[in-house]
Design a protein around this ligand. Structure first.
Ligand SMILES: N[C@@H](CCC(=O)N[C@@H](CS)C(=O)NCC(=O)O)C(=O)O
Length: 227
């Protein structure tokens, strides 16, 4: 069975979790503390410490760089979900880079403001140290003081995604593709604390998000007919 090694509020983990739920396959979630990646370190034979990581029988799958989508492509190939159709090659890469840079960069800061509500006490020291080593001492207080302007900037950066939904239910057509799951995960992280809502003017995006929460994979009808 596929095992997803994660922590629950991680944007990139929410992406893979939703793809697995969407697929209908049975899978197991293994939560690790943000501050203790020893399980990932061990199963990747000391090659990776990030999450998400997938353990599937003899296979251990992890990303190779910031813009790779090794895990999603592995799941797509294994479960035949059609999330990376050939005709969208290139276009999806441009969109997922924008999502994972411009949207994620604000969403995670806004969620991290409420870090004490989600990080267990036993993991708080390492969590804070990790953040402050990466973003500077007092970074979370700084994000808190910028909260209003960060929310406004996020709403602004989401405009093109709302526009993409003007005449179709998903970002690139009538069915969800990888970029839908990517944006869903990144927004799922922003919304994780429960202190935010999607910006009110983005009514289409709100509707799409509701749909993405529950959408289930349907096999193409040709395959259904096969014996
Ligand atoms: N591009 C990677 C990024 C994964 C990533 O940044 N994961 C974070 C958690 S959200 C992580 O584990 N970073 C390494 C660290 O925290 O030390 C992906 O899509 O999986």
């Amino acid at each position: 069975m596929v095992e997803l090694i994660q922590f629950p509020w991680s944007p990139f983990c929410i992406v893979q979790r939703r793809i697995l739920e969407f697929s209908g396959t049975r899978f197991k979630i293994i939560n690790v503390p943000n501050g203790d990646r020893s399980l990932v370190w061990r199963i990747t034979r000391e090659r990776y410490y990030g999450v998400p990581t997938i353990h599937d029988g003899r296979n251990v799958i992890f990303e190779t760089d910031n813009d790779s989508q090794v895990i999603a492509k592995y799941l797509d190939d294994k479960l035949k979900l059609g999330l990376f159709p050939r005709e969208l090659e290139g276009l999806q890469s441009i969109i997922w880079r924008a999502i994972e840079n411009e949207i994620e960069d604000i969403g995670f800061r806004l969620n991290d403001i409420y870090w004490q509500e989600m990080v267990p006490a036993s993991d708080r020291l390492l969590f804070l140290r990790h953040k402050e080593r990466k973003f500077g001492r007092g970074c979370i207080d700084q994000w808190r003081s910028q909260q209003k302007s960060l929310v406004a900037e996020l709403a602004h950066r989401l405009i093109p995604y709302d526009q993409m939904l003007l005449d179709k239910p998903f970002l690139l057509g009538d069915q969800p593709h990888f970029v839908d799951f990517d944006l869903y995960g990144i927004l799922g992280n922003f919304l994780y604390s429960g202190h935010y809502r999607l910006p009110a003017p983005h009514a289409r995006l709100k509707q799409w998000y509701k749909q993405m929460e529950k959408t289930k994979f349907e096999k193409p009808s040709r395959e259904k007919l096969r014996p």
